[in-house]
Write a protein that binds this ligand. Structure first.
Ligand code: GSY
Length: 156
């Protein structure tokens, strides 16, 4: 933490559908360290978009962070690289995907970074775990109408 910077609530969505899914998620959360405030339950979820691929494990992490949006994005990319993620097929299978969903009081509308995430309210694999740890942020109607099937999974 740096003096003078506001500490904000931020939510990251994490997903894995390739290799040691639980291990990648566990390692990413451990790497985030003391900024982690809450980790949602884990869900096994049908893939949304992209080619035919295996089911994902998804969860949402709440952080308390003073990182600027671009610094937080760099952290997300480092976590993905740490899981050996190769950036190839868009929407394709991946060892680890880390998306910035929301950062309290922050809006970014750049071509390569949008906060809030442009599709966070449309996807059940985001809304279901988010509703578990931050019910104030999720409209039950959005959860009812969101895309994709999710099943509760064993803890990491
Ligand atoms: O946007 C995150 C990567 N991703 C996922 C995901 O994490 N879970 C599910 N169920 N489908 C997905 N499609 C993409 S792309």
């Amino acid at each position: 933490m740096s003096a003078g910077r506001p500490v904000r609530r931020a939510f990251l969505g994490m997903g894995s559908n390739l290799g040691d899914r639980r291990g990648y998620l566990r390692d990413a959360i451990a790497t985030l360290g003391p900024m982690v405030r809450q980790v949602s339950p884990v869900y096994e979820t049908d893939p949304v978009g992209g080619p035919e691929q295996d089911r994902y494990l998804n969860l949402v992490v709440e952080l308390a962070t003073d990182l600027e949006p671009r610094e937080l994005l760099a952290v997300c990319h480092r976590l993905e690289s740490g899981a050996g993620r190769v950036r190839d097929e868009r929407w394709g299978p991946r060892t680890l995907d880390v998306d910035i969903l929301l950062v309290e009081g922050v809006q970014v509308d750049d071509p390569d970074l949008e906060i809030p995430h442009p599709r966070w309210r449309d996807r059940r694999f985001v809304l279901r775990p988010l509703a578990d740890i931050a019910p104030d942020l999720v409209d039950p109607d959005d959860l009812d109408h969101a895309e994709g099937h999710v099943d509760p999974a064993d803890p990491l």
